[in-house]
Design a protein around this ligand. Structure first.
Ligand code: HEC
Length: 130
């Protein structure tokens, strides 16, 4: 009987921590979002971008939120080719310096993921320690 209760209690607490995990994952509070954004960055962006000023396949992203408007970054992440096609000045200028065009990523079709990435990019401040 005791074993039964212990098992019940354990599975219940597991259930709670699971639910909490999901909740914090969708949390767009800036600090939490930046942490989640860093994870996405490592998985989806770091093959082409460094968090320093150093260029890789694409530009180094240090200070990017200081040189670009948040709305622009949001649009860019959602659909880089579309922004370029629209004749956007910044995109056209970038294109002159980079051989590849940034791909449209499925993860970036979710506004909440773009928000997380943007909060992370904001931590890559010009003159910051990263
Ligand atoms: C396959 C390589 C590749 C991947 C993956 C990639 N990018 Fe890019 N990114 C580029 C290139 C190349 C450019 C330069 C613009 C162009 O010509 O497309 C760029 C430009 C950018 C810019 C504009 C930089 C500036 O100086 O204005 C931002 C912001 C950016 N990428 C963020 C991201 C984020 C965030 C991810 C992950 C979700 C990502 N990129 C994934 C290649 C990539």
């Amino acid at each position: 009987m005791i074993v039964f209760f212990v098992t019940l209690l354990l599975s219940f607490s597991l259930f709670i921590s699971d639910a909490k995990g999901i909740e914090s994952n969708n949390n767009t509070d800036p600090d939490n979002a930046a942490i989640a954004g860093e994870q996405i960055f490592k998985e989806k962006c770091s093959v082409c971008h460094k968090t320093t000023e150093q260029q890789l396949v694409g530009p180094g992203l240090k200070g990017v939120m200081e040189r670009r408007d948040e709305k622009w970054v949001d649009k860019w992440l959602e659909n880089p080719a579309g922004v370029l096609k629209s004749g956007d000045k910044t995109a056209v200028e970038l294109k002159k310096h980079f051989f590849r065009t940034m791909p449209t990523l499925p993860e970036m079709q979710e506004p909440v993921n773009r928000k997380k990435i943007i909060e992370f990019l904001k931590t890559l401040k010009e003159g910051g320690e990263r």
